[in-house]
Design a binder for this molecule. Sequence first.
Ligand code: HT7
Ligand code: ZN
Length: 847
Amino acid sequence: PRTVYLADYRPWSHLVDRVELCFRLAPKGTKVAAKLHMRPNPAARGRHVLRLDGEGLRLITLKLDGALLDLTPDETGLTVPADLLPECPFLLETEVAIDPETNTALEGLYMSRGMYCTQCEAEGFRKITFYPDRPDVMARFHVRIESDLPVLLSNGNPTASGEGWAEWDDPWPKPAYLFALVAGDLVAHRGGFTTRSGRSVDLAVWVRPGDEDRCAWAMDSLIRSMKWDEEVYGREYDLDVFNIVAVDDFNMGAMENKGLNIFNSKYVLASPESATDDDFARIEAIIAHEYFHNWTGNRITCRDWFQLCLKEGLTVFRDQQFSGDMRSHAVKRIEDVAVLRARQFREDQGPLAHPVRPESFVEINNFYTATVYEKGAELIRMLKTLVGDEGYAKALNLYFSRHDGEAATIEDWLKVFGDATGRDLTQFALWYSEAGTPRLKVAEAWQDGSYTLTFTQETPPSPGQPVKAPKVIPIAVGLLNPNGDEVLPTTVLEMTGATQSFRFDGLAARPVPSILRGFSAPVVLERETSADERAFLLAHDTDLFNRCEAGRSLAREMLIAGLTGGEDLLPAWRDALARLIRDDTLDPAFRALALRLPSEDDIAQALHQRGHTPDPAAIHAARRAAGDALAQALAADLPGMIAGLGAGRFAPDAAGAGRRALRNAALALLARVDGGAAAQSAFAAADNMTDQTGALAALLDIGQGAAELARFRDEWGHDANVMDKWLSLQVALAAPDRAAAQAETLAADPGFDWRNPNRFRAVFGALSGHHAGFHQAGGAGYRLLADWLLRLDPLNPQTAARLSTAFETWPRYDAARRDLIRAELERILGQPGLSRDLAEMAGRMIA
Ligand code: HT7
Ligand code: ZN
């Protein structure tokens, strides 16, 4: 397969002024007629052939300015020779046939339980019709849909409809990846919004009949997102309608198609009975994310797919800001950084590491990664820290006015910041081009009232990038005096060199530093310090992020010391945490987060960084022992705590969610000492999904819960998205030597629909997330996952490739595990007919 390079970018030969599409829908043999009004692109200079992308299309007719052309497409598209093309505007007409019914890849036009829907990002439009399927070709689309189904939707505004047909017109030029069509037997949960300039917008969330009572939260989240984008970014919605559709078969979370967002039903449907607090928060965030794309992605799109972080990093940053405003900024930041470390740091330290803006790809779908999304968002956050709130607002306003209607690049984005603030961002640009997570070491000196912090940065090599230059790192620092008062409030130090010192004068006593407050840069902070100092910061830091971080690092050091024969830090950690948990003045959500031990994968990552080979079974045992010790220390407090945090009517707000999170964390600890009695009662009494799954998880964690699992299935067997929780929990909480067998048993059930990405992820995502289970000596976890990836790949390469990242951490482990994983990757690569998606991933991992 061909590798695509950023350096090879050239503008397309032609411009498309207008597209008229007509769909005659049928499960087999859908007819797509396209009229493309085109002209030569002056920016492309000279005469060119016209190359249209197209895959799996049966060409019926092809006409140029009304005259039939007799050309045969090849495997990837259709070429019209230059000598046939006029040098003025012309009309190219095609008619093709496609079979949505047999489209299992869920890309292009496909069917999900009788409903037609599309997914065109990144390169799915070429599976619908012949077209320049690249984001820098922006055109106005008019769409006619013919079908007997009652609801027929597309982008833009509805213009006309009748029995069996509907027409839509989108006035905003857009790239083909934002095209969408939906047809089905759907019902709407309706709402409305009046923009600040007075445009009234009809809103609808479209779902299957029977699901309409679970749409209120999605609608509420949409309305709040629309208002927030006006208030915070000055961005108004620009069509008369905004539609959201829930689809059961979907490769990712959701898609921002212009005016017609399509969502994985898991991220739309919610009621207190069926959705957890985490589900509510995620729905709110994803609805916001897709809506925010209307400006950051749709009105201003990407010139090419290498610029993906331009829309995704910025939109993730915007959705993080929104969720922080809706809930708690500190809690949100703690959660986001946990995800960043678990996914992006892991990626950045392994064979799949790549820059936020990659320079080559084989399959672009493989680059919708934590690095592009989450690290991309961190870069925006750092830019904002460096230029300040005012500078950021000025830069964003300039970005929207300068590039509206364009397909832009990271250079354009950085230039806007340079022009708006006068800052030279040449060094900052390295964050986009270099992969790898910088390590930041800290040394301290104290003399005569002066305190000096000396930082040293180093970024380890990554594939294709052996040597890294120093980056600009904003380091937010505060200083506390020994009795816990803050003597230096949060101050941003700007590090630009490989080593750099910062001095603080006039201090009465040697301070305790709080470094990298709010996680001001995506780096690994390497600071050797005492357990006492970490406990001190856990008790006193005014920065809630760093307060939690102190607890996390204390737990990490305790576990690592235990695993590597170091000092016994368990009592220090246990006592510090017990004090924090008993502190009723602290937000329950914060206490729940502080209670979370680092994950087993986090511990393996930290061990590897320090030159140790992680032993998955030992990590599992050490983590469990720590949990048991904390449970015993808090045993007398837990029942009272659980009772005190209980009940009340469910509302999906941050305060209620925080109380439930702490209550369920306490319940899980109590199960370790009461044999599960309290969790059984909590399960029986639960009136919402958070408490139901919380109690079930507490029971499964101690090897119980068989009766509760059966009750859960009786109650929710009809609802596949809810049953995914039932599947995942059983795998995630299985004993390590049972995890693979558990996944295998669940997948073997004849009712298990493995072709559905949500189902597949529920079982096999949980298996790869079960560190000690997946990495069981002997390799049963590896073999099982590889077997199933090979089974899924011919049907749905995108999802198979995504889940193959379970193997990306292989360099961390012992020779036996490395050999076992290598053997599985080789087995995958040796499979005849392997997809480009999975071949690229396995090849990069093994290289
Ligand atoms: N922009 C979208 C990314 C995407 C996607 C979504 C659904 C299915 C396949 C997809 N490929 C790429 C989602 C987003 O980031 O908002
Ligand atoms: Zn996005």
